[in-house]
Design a protein around this ligand. Structure first.
Ligand code: PLP
Length: 396
């Protein structure tokens, strides 16, 4: 079969978990804030500052609407890495300095590195930490959680959706448990917000992290949601002018803030339709790929999964070799943050894969600009590469 690739731009981008392009509609609302509208949003003595402040407040409302929050609960940061650090270290520091009763912090072994490292950091400050395992599907066991969350526990940090295998955690069940026991619930929702419905009320979430560049907004901006009632108390990490309700000092970047606001508004409007479209594209990929290539297994739960995630383990191939054999496809082997370190992904290990199985796993991320033609091209190109790789391995 020969494919008409005339209207496909190469390489085909299939790495939407690493980053998403800025939606052109988002870029358009950002641009004036780089040029004529340059005021400092914290300068209230003239119109330059006031118009920037108004734009920031509009964006705050757009973000809040997407997750069912109050605009006063939205803190702008530099990204989800900062939001996660702020939530975990900020909660630990507040407890240590003001109450000093709860000592335990609970998270998952499959979290993003910035959560794992933040938890390690507070462990060095004297907190007791628990890194819960996940099952073969990549999900937390509620029985495990029930066992370690008690009146000594300060915080549970469990991600909404995994950045490698796309597996979703049961946020509502976790939130019901933490709220009942007076424990803070933080969720790293960098991959989930804008892709699946997230409601901070329904899931009793106290702290939630968002990243601009995972939902078609700009890089370098993020959000920390901080519940007002019951109040989630955290200490700031930065000293300074006391911006963002004293929680995050520093001059806000209006182009980025306006961008993440617009990105949230668009994501909210299009979420249901886009979720259906991506689920269908993923189905199309898996069906066609499995018809062409034997021995491919999806890593993690299919049912509880981000619509655009395909984490595949392909028997008898080396993922790194596959990347070289399929230069017209942009995809990854593990998580982007660790892909220059040749070490099996901690997430794939967490769901029970042997090092060899992890080494034959690839991650494809479909997103807003992925088309059916691109999916078909990817199936073709990848199937050829797998065949080639297996022949080479067989000949060696
Ligand atoms: C990308 C990502 C982060 C880091 O977000 P930045 O905004 O790039 O700092 C954290 N957690 C998850 C799950 C992510 O996917």
């Amino acid at each position: 079969m020969t494919m008409d690739t005339a209207n496909i731009k190469l390489p085909v981008y299939l790495d939407y978990h690493a980053s998403t392009p800025v939606d052109p509609r988002v870029l358009e609302v950002m641009l004036p804030w780089f040029t004529e509208k340059f005021g400092n949003p914290h300068s209230s003595s003239h119109s330059f500052g006031r118009e920037a402040a108004e734009a920031v407040e509009k964006a705050r409302g757009q973000v809040a609407d997407l997750i069912g929050a109050d605009p006063r609960e939205i803190i702008f940061t530099s990204g989800a890495t900062e939001s996660n650090n702020l939530a975990i270290k900020g909660a630990a520091n507040f407890e240590r300095h003001h109450r000093n009763k709860r000592r335990r912090i609970v998270t998952l072994v499959s979290e993003h590195k910035c959560v794992l490292e933040s938890v390690r950091d507070v462990e060095r400050e004297g907190f007791e930490t628990v890194f819960l395992p996940v099952d073969q599907d990549g999900r937390v066991s509620m029985a495990d959680l029930d066992r370690v969350v008690d009146d000594e526990t300060l915080l549970v940090s469990i991600m909404a959706a995994n950045n490698e295998i796309g597996v979703l955690q049961p946020l509502e069940e976790i939130g019901a448990l933490t709220r009942e026991r007076g424990v803070l619930f933080h969720t790293d929702a960098a991959q989930a917000v804008g892709k699946i419905p997230i409601d901070v009320e329904g899931a009793n979430i106290d702290l939630l992290s968002i990243s601009g560049h995972k939902l078609y907004g700009p890089k370098g901006v993020g959000v920390l949601f901080m519940r007002r009632r019951p109040r989630a108390r955290i200490e700031p990490l930065f000293s300074g002018g006391g911006q963002e309700r004293t929680i995050r000092s520093g001059t806000l970047a209006p182009p980025l803030v306006v961008g993440i606001g617009e990105a949230c508004a668009i994501a909210g409007q299009e979420l249901e339709e886009e979720r259906g479209r991506l689920t269908a594209l993923r189905h199309r990929f898996l069906e066609r790929f499995n018809a062409r290539v034997g021995g491919a297994v999806l890593n993690g739960s299919l049912e509880n999964r981000l619509p655009g995630n395909i984490s595949l383990r392909i028997e008898g191939v080396d993922a790194l070799a596959l990347i070289d054999l399929a230069p017209d496809l942009a995809f990854s082997t593990g998580s982007a943050c660790t892909s220059d370190v040749v070490e099996p992904s901690h997430v794939l290990r967490a769901i029970g894969l042997e090092d060899g199985q992890a080494g034959s796993s690839i991650r494809l991320g479909l997103g807003r600009f992925t088309t059916a033609d691109e999916v078909d091209f990817a199936v073709d190109h990848l199937a050829e590469a797998v065949g080639q790789s297996r022949r080479q391995a067989g000949a060696a």
